[in-house]
Design a protein around this ligand. Structure first.
Ligand code: NAD
Ligand code: ZN
Length: 359
């Protein structure tokens, strides 16, 4: 069976295109008493970007904090905030949910849009195609480039048991607003880590056993763009990195990520590391599996003066280390993409433990 996957239906790209948001949303406002929910990264509190939000009287602005990556409990809390607002007199669901921020905020927006129309806790839906009802119309406006969250069919959440996405066709955004100017204020190290998420998506997709011409076409272009941005410092690097993120996301949509992502999920779950830096920490020890990619990644780190934290796992107790291995091992498709159908013979618990203990 070939995957028949859903893609984002509307895309606007260009420096300053954020100014079109009001127009875009006005077409979706159904009635005079309807409202939109804006989820915005609280790093933008009191910023010029806040001033530019096209808020109407009844709209709800929720500031979200992403010091920790999105947890199911936080999604449930934000969804409840919207429900409480509805009960205060509006008695109708919002016409849209708009997420403005990096991958974490975009994932929160996807998850809240889904949970407003699906009963229970977001933790009940971590997995593949467990969502039954279409989400509220939802829009992403990235302020960091690299994760590909703007194009993917998942929202990655840490639940009580696992770090796993809500993967479904309903998860995909209806509209994305790609304005490279919004990424210009990101701290240099964060920009690097999130950018490397994209670079590693490409390495894992292009060297994986699931590769096909669709994934390769997007992956190669995204990788070239990453090289231009991180090795050549050419012009328009914000625009290029934004398109690399989009293309990298499209590449893995029809293939898969690999070993670095599986290990990075374990690092995030137990140590609370953010995805981008977690990937960088893991990737640096994967020369055996991705020789070319790791060599080029180190060149990029040198060029940008990035020093990764070391010795994070070596002193860890065995319960935590075992949990980390459990989290990494459930990600079957990632291992299979990297190592083929017999991956379990190659990647044993002990082998994963050895890799973690280097970090
Ligand atoms: P992030 O959203 O976690 O943000 C990292 C930091 O950068 C935060 O402190 C944030 O406040 C800050 N920030 C964001 N934009 C800024 C800006 N313009 N200026 C200044 N500060 C800014 O970072 P990320 O790397 O984009 O996202 C990582 C998250 O994405 C993880 O939760 C990961 O699980 C998720 N992810 C999702 C997918 C998917 O397909 N859904 C794919 C990969 C990663
Ligand atoms: Zn990633």
């Amino acid at each position: 069976m070939f995957r028949n996957f859903k893609v984002v239906s509307r895309v606007v790209f260009g420096r300053g295109c954020f100014n079109q948001l009001d127009d875009i949303l006005s077409g979706k406002r159904k009635a005079t008493d309807s409202f939109m929910v804006f989820l915005m990264d609280d790093v933008f509190k009191n910023s010029a970007l806040e001033e530019r939000l096209p808020l109407k009287d009844q709209d709800l602005l929720l500031w979200v904090n992403v010091d920790d990556e999105p947890k199911t409990a936080y999604v449930d809390e934000l969804t409840q905030d919207v429900r409480t607002y509805i009960q205060s007199g509006l008695e109708r669901l919002p016409d849209g949910v708009i997420g403005i921020g990096g991958g974490s905020t975009m994932d929160l927006a996807k998850a809240v849009a889904l949970m407003l129309t699906n009963p229970g806790s977001s933790a009940d839906y971590q997995g593949w195609d467990l969502i039954n009802n279409p989400a509220i119309y939802h829009v992403a406006i990235p302020t960091l480039s690299g994760t590909g969250a703007e194009v993917s069919r998942t929202t990655v959440l840490t639940g009580p048991e696992k770090k796993l996405g809500i993967n479904s066709d309903y998860t995909v955004f209806d509209q994305i607003v790609l304005d490279p100017d919004l990424t210009s204020g990101a701290p240099a190290d964060q920009r690097f880590y999130t950018g490397m998420d994209c670079y590693i998506h490409c390495v894992e997709s292009l060297t994986g056993t699931f590769l096909n011409a669709f994934s390769q076409s997007y992956g190669e272009k995204a990788m070239d763009l990453c090289r231009e941005v991180f090795l050549e410092h050419g012009p328009d690097s914000n625009g290029k990195l934004m398109m690399a993120s989009y293309f990298g996301g499209m590449s893995i949509a029809y293939s898969q990520v690999g070993i670095c992502h599986a290990l990075s999920y374990g690092l995030s779950f137990v140590l609370g590391l953010h995805h981008g830096i977690g990937n960088c920490i893991a990737f640096d020890y994967l020369e055996e599996f991705y020789p070319e990619g790791v060599r080029e990644f180190r060149e990029m780190m040198d060029k940008h003066g990035i020093k990764l934290p070391r010795g994070l796992v070596s002193g860890m107790d065995s319960i935590d280390l075992d949990k980390m291995i459990d989290v990494a091992l459930v990600l079957d498709p990632l291992w299979e993409n990297a190592l083929g159908p017999d991956w379990k013979k190659i990647m044993t618990r002990d082998r994963i433990r050895e890799l973690y203990q280097k970090m």
